[in-house]
Ligand binder design. Structure first.
Ligand code: AKG
Ligand code: FE2
Length: 418
C-alpha cells in the first residue's frame, strides 16, 4: 500500500480546521487568562451537585484467592450492578506500571512532545486523531486526548499484512461511519492510503506513518513503545481476570465472556487535561458512557477530575495510590443483559493541577456479534437487548451524537429502529 495525497483541497481545508483555534496548547506552556470561547459550555451550572460518596474498592489479591465464599466477589458484583465503577488495588505489575507512574508528568510530557516531533511533517495526522475526539464531543473538551489502537495478542507476530487488515477493519470502518461529522475527514482519509505502521518490529501498537515523512526511527518508538506495549499486555491480563471474576459473580458461562474478549480489540487513550483559569466554565471530557466492554483507567499523576453519576449527583473518584479504575462499558451492560450498568461519567479540570490519565478500552473483535450472554437468558429473564454484529454496532454508535447513554437505550429489544 502506498501513501499519497491526491486531494489538495480537502487537505488544505482540513489543515485550516485543525490548525485553527481548536487546540488547547498541548503542554500548557502558554497560559490563558481566560478560556477561549470555543471551550465554554452552555450549561456551566450543571457542573454543580458533587456528592461525597466513594466508589467501591476491590482488592485483587483477595478477589483472586481460592476461598469458597469470597466477600470480595460479592463486593465486585455489587459494584458492577450499583455503580458500574470500582477501583482495584493490589494487582501486581511488573514493569510498565512502575515505569509509567514513576516518571509521571515528565514522562507523559515526553511522549506528547516526541509524538509531536515525530509527526512534525505530518501534524495533520496527529491533529486528525485529536480532532476526531473533539468533533464527537461537540463543545471542545479542555483536554488533549491521544488515541492508539493496539493489536490484540493473537495478531502479534503475525506479520504486517495481518496487522494492516486488522487496522483497516477496526479504525477505518469506524471513521467512515461518521458521515455527518466527518465528511471532511473522510475525504481526507479516502485521499490517502495507509502505507505502513511505524511498528514493523513492534507488534503492539499502531501508529500512522505517511510516506517520506520521518525517515528512520521514530523517537517515540525509542522512548515509549516498549513501555506502552508492556503496559497494554499487563492491562489485558488484568481485564481478563476481572471479566472472569464477573462471570463467576453472575453465574454466567466463562466461555460466553472469553469468546468475546480474549481476542478482542484493545485501545488506549492518553489524556492530558491542562490547568484552567476558569474550570467552572469548561469540561475536560463531557458526560458519556463508554461504548466499549470494559475500561481501565490509570490516573497517572493522581489528580482528581473523573466524576461518575450516581442518583443524579456527580461522585468524584478520589485517586488511590497504585490503583486502577475499572468501569463497565455499554457492551458489557448488553452482554450481562442489563445486570451490570454502564454509568455516565465526565472529567473536570482544575485551577491548580494538570491531570494525566491513561484509559484502556477492551471490546469484542469486530468480526463477530454480541448480545446478552446465552447463559444468562431464561424464560424468566428474557433478553432485554438485541444481538448485533460488532460492525453494525460501531457504525450505529459512531453515526449518532454522543449524548449520555441514549445509544444503549436504542439497543433495547422493544425499540426496532436505530
Ligand atoms: O481521564 C479519565 O479519567 C477518564 C477518561 C474517560 O472517561 C474516557 O476516556 O472514556
Ligand atoms: Fe469514559
Amino acid at each position: 500500500m502506498v501513501v499519497y495525497f491526491n486531494n489538495e483541497q480537502s487537505q488544505a481545508h482540513l489543515r485550516s480546521k485543525v490548525c485553527g483555534p481548536y487546540f488547547y496548547p498541548m503542554l500548557a506552556k502558554e497560559k490563558f487568562a481566560s478560556v477561549p470561547p470555543r471551550y465554554i459550555r452552555p450549561d456551566p451550572t450543571k457542573l454543580h451537585g458533587v456528592s461525597t460518596e466513594e466508589i467501591p474498592v476491590i482488592d485483587m489479591q483477595r478477589l483472586l484467592s481460592d476461598e469458597s465464599v469470597n466477600p470480595e466477589l460479592e463486593k465486585l458484583h455489587f459494584a458492577c450492578k450499583e455503580w458500574g465503577f470500582f477501583q482495584v488495588c493490589h494487582f501486581v505489575f511488573v514493569y510498565a506500571y512502575i515505569s509509567i507512574c514513576s516518571k509521571s508528568t515528565s514522562h507523559f510530557n515526553l511522549v506528547f512532545t516526541t509524538t509531536l516531533t515525530y509527526f512534525q511533517g505530518n501534524k495533520i495526522i496527529l491533529k486528525y486523531l485529536l480532532l476526531v475526539v473533539h468533533l464527537v464531543l461537540y463543545i471542545l473538551p479542555l483536554a488533549n486526548l491521544f488515541l492508539m489502537s493496539s493489536a490484540p495478542l493473537f495478531l502479534h507476530n503475525k506479520g504486517l499484512d495481518e496487522l494492516i487488515k486488522y487496522f483497516v477493519l477496526n479504525l477505518k470502518e469506524q471513521f467512515k461511519s461518521y458521515p455527518h461529522h466527518f465528511a471532511t475527514i473522510c475525504d481526507f482519509l479516502k485521499s490517502i492510503q495507509v502505507r505502513t505502521f511505524d511498528s514493523i518490529n513492534y507488534d503492539g501498537i499502531f501508529f500512522f506513518k505517511l510516506k517520506n515523512t520521518y525517515p528512520g526511527k521514530s523517537p517515540l518508538k525509542v522512548v515509549y513503545h516498549k513501555t506502552l506495549d508492556q503496559y497494554s499486555r499487563e492491562l489485558k491480563i488484568l481485564a481478563i481476570k476481572v471479566l472472569e471474576q464477573m462471570t463467576k459473580a453472575l453465574g454466567m458461562k466463562l466461555e460466553d465472556m472469553t469468546m468475546l474478549f480474549q481476542e478482542g480489540m484493545q485501545s488506549l487513550r492518553m489524556g492530558y487535561y491542562p490547568l484552567c483559569p476558569q474550570p467552572e466554565l469548561v469540561m475536560g471530557l463531557c458526560p458519556h458512557s463508554d461504548a466499549t466492554g470494559l475500561t481501565i483507567v490509570l490516573q497517572v499523576n493522581e489528580v482528581e477530575g473523573l466524576q461518575i453519576k450516581k442518583a443524579g449527583a456527580w461522585v468524584p473518584v478520589v485517586p488511590l495510590p497504585n490503583a486502577f479504575i475499572v468501569n463497565v462499558g455499554d457492551i458489557l451492560e448488553i452482554v450481562t443483559n442489563g445486570i451490570y450498568k454502564s454509568v455516565e461519567h465526565r472529567v473536570t479540570v482544575n485551577l491548580h493541577n494538570e491531570r494525566l490519565s491513561i484509559a484502556t478500552f477492551f471490546a469484542p473483535k469486530l468480526d463477530g456479534d454480541m448480545g446478552p450472554a446465552p447463559s444468562l437468558i431464561t424464560p424468566e429473564n428474557p433478553a432485554i437487548f438485541r444481538r448485533i454484529s460488532m460492525i453494525d454496532y460501531s457504525k450505529a454508535y459512531f453515526s449518532r451524537e454522543l449524548d449520555g447513554k441514549s445509544f444503549i437505550d436504542a439497543m433495547r429489544t422493544q425499540i426496532e429502529d436505530f
